[in-house]
Design a binder for this molecule. Structure first.
Ligand code: SF4
Ligand code: SF4
Length: 239
């Protein structure tokens, strides 16, 4: 059920983005944005690990994970940050400075593309990025992608949240992934687990007066979608 909800959220966001007036510069093979700063929930990690097993990519995956170095590790989840802002507390917005290339990128192609997490789906830049020329994203798109990131964190609450490489390693103590875990030293798995945070429930959204109404249309679309006869909003509210 949770995976179906996650995939439905991806689809709603993709449809909403394609209806916007932005002419995206993003295309297959464009990969300047593929850094090691990607954050994921455990639910998204499950998609990736199951894909690695079903596609028999275990050796490739292990090599990629071990290539990750000096990765950025956020101190707060997106919902932690939102809660602090909504409570009026000062909090460091944590600019990620590590621009090392994502280890899942080979010849400018993402090797886990069908199961890439939301952090890798949210960018729509109106200009082609290059070194020193970052993505140009509208306020509307930025607020929408932050709100959807918060919903996805809420969906995965109480489970691992953090840098993609840490979360994937941390999950290897689950029996289903033993074939992958056998490629790693147990100490590395334990260290990765200690570096992850826990996904939090949604404290409210960080929407501006200007963009809020437009982003709310996307959120309503997400919440109103039915999965197995239940509205996503009801499932998210534990009904
Ligand atoms: S965000 Fe920038 S680097 Fe990434 S796909 Fe879009 S244009 Fe290319
Ligand atoms: S997982 Fe794929 S899309 Fe995401 S940053 Fe890595 S290579 Fe790029």
């Amino acid at each position: 059920m949770k995976h179906k909800i996650l995939h439905s959220i991806y689809t709603s966001f993709e449809n909403w983005s394609s209806e916007s007036n932005i002419q995206p510069a993003c295309c297959k093979g464009c990969s300047t944005c593929c850094s090691q700063n990607v954050t994921i929930t455990a639910l998204e990690g499950e998609d990736i690990l199951r894909y690695v097993l079903s596609e028999d990519k275990v050796d490739e995956f292990a090599t990629a994970i071990l290539r990750g170095a000096n990765i950025s590790r956020p101190k707060y989840t997106t919902n932690d940050f939102a809660k602090a802002c909504l409570d009026g507390r000062d909090i460091d917005p944590e600019t990620q400075t590590n621009r090392e290339t994502c280890p899942f990128l080979t010849d400018n192609i993402c090797t886990i593309y069908p199961v890439r997490p939301f952090s890798c789906r949210l960018f729509i830049s109106s200009v082609t990025c290059s070194s020193g020329n970052p993505a140009q994203v509208t306020d509307n798109h930025f607020e929408a992608s932050t709100a959807v990131t918060q919903v996805i964190e809420h969906l995965g609450q109480k489970e691992y949240w953090g840098n993609m490489l840490d979360v994937l390693m941390a999950m290897l103590d689950i029996g289903e992934y033993r074939k992958i875990a056998d490629k790693f030293n147990q100490t590395l798995i334990m260290q990765a687990r200690m570096r992850t945070l826990t996904a939090k429930p949604l404290p409210g959204f960080l929407l501006s007066e200007e963009e809020g109404p437009k982003v709310s249309q996307l959120l309503e679309k997400i919440f109103d979608t039915e999965i197995e006869g239940k509205r996503i909003e009801d499932v998210l509210n534990g009904k």
